[in-house]
Ligand binder design. Structure first.
Ligand code: CIR
Length: 264
């Protein structure tokens, strides 16, 4: 059974009112908190509708970006790795996540080097490898530390590059199945997906590249009809989730959950 897109569990964290102070590359206005809460509930309902159990953590007002739990850990069948976010305001979020992972994973490893930085949004887990994009948040030392940990657990890690000006590697791509990724043209053009089938998002719909394959469905942000049609034509069952408010903070479908299946 696939460990990269079939999951029995997810962890999400409620947004706090402080989310309006979250990091963003460009200020296009404060997110509407009530609307974000509705989108977040829709998102969790869509995960549950596939049969998964969702652990919902309480909001953490001290960390405005803490709704974006993906950046705090990497979950693998053998164990979880607690990240070291490159955004200084987000470092403490990883510490907050660690105790929750303990109930599901026998092994918990940590990125610890004082010069090592890595965020989960830069990691695309596929059936054959752990692809990590170096970015403004994820550096070579962080990637090298992760490579050592996952090698012990039998996974190959390949370092790639997040396009300049793009927050995370997965801002521009998503896994769709064991052979297929969804990606922007700019990322696909870098050649990092050699050996995979690539479905490119429609021109002008780059913000749709961050989707998640979760069991039998693909959760994609609402409002990108041409990419949705491409995914449907390729046989994927797409569930659209409103993402207008998280998008104001450069967040998308993958950022809002940690996805995994605990070992029996
Ligand atoms: C940040 O800049 O860190 C947040 N405002 C958005 C994080 C999005 N996370 C993700 O793509 N995995």
């Amino acid at each position: 059974m696939s460990f990269s897109y079939r999951f029995s569990h997810a962890i999400c964290r409620k947004p706090s009112r402080e989310v309006v102070a979250g990091l963003r590359a460009v200020d296009i206005g404060a997110p509407d908190f009530a609307l974000m809460q509705r989108h977040h509930s829709d998102y969790m309902a869509a995960l549950r509708a596939t049969g998964a159990e969702v652990l919902v953590l309480e909001a953490l007002p001290a960390y405005p970006d803490s709704v974006f739990v993906e950046d705090t850990a990497l979950c693998l069948p053998q164990g979880a790795v607690v990240m070291r976010p490159g955004a200084p305001t987000r470092l403490g979020e990883a510490r907050e996540m660690a105790p929750h992972l303990q109930q599901y994973f026998r092994q918990i490893a940590r990125i610890e080097g004082p010069e090592s930085f890595i965020e989960g949004g830069d990691i695309l887990l596929t059936e054959r490898e752990v692809l990590v994009g170096r970015s403004a948040r994820t550096n070579a030392a962080g990637i090298a530390e992760l490579a050592g940990i996952v090698a012990d657990w039998g996974h190959k890690l390949r370092e790639v590059f997040t396009p300049p000006g793009v927050l995370h590697f997965k801002t521009d791509c998503s896994l769709l199945d064991a052979e297929t990724v969804l990606a922007t043209k700019r990322l696909a053009a870098s050649g990092c997906f050699e050996g995979y089938r690539v479905i490119e998002v429609a021109e002008g719909e780059e913000a749709c590249a961050n989707a998640i394959r979760f069991n039998d469905v693909v959760l994609a942000p609402a409002g990108f009809p041409r990419t949705r049609a491409k995914l449907a034509a390729a046989g994927f069952d797409v569930v659209e989730i409103g993402n207008s408010e998280c998008a104001k903070l450069d967040g998308g479908m993958s950022c809002l959950s940690l996805r995994f299946t605990p070992a029996p």
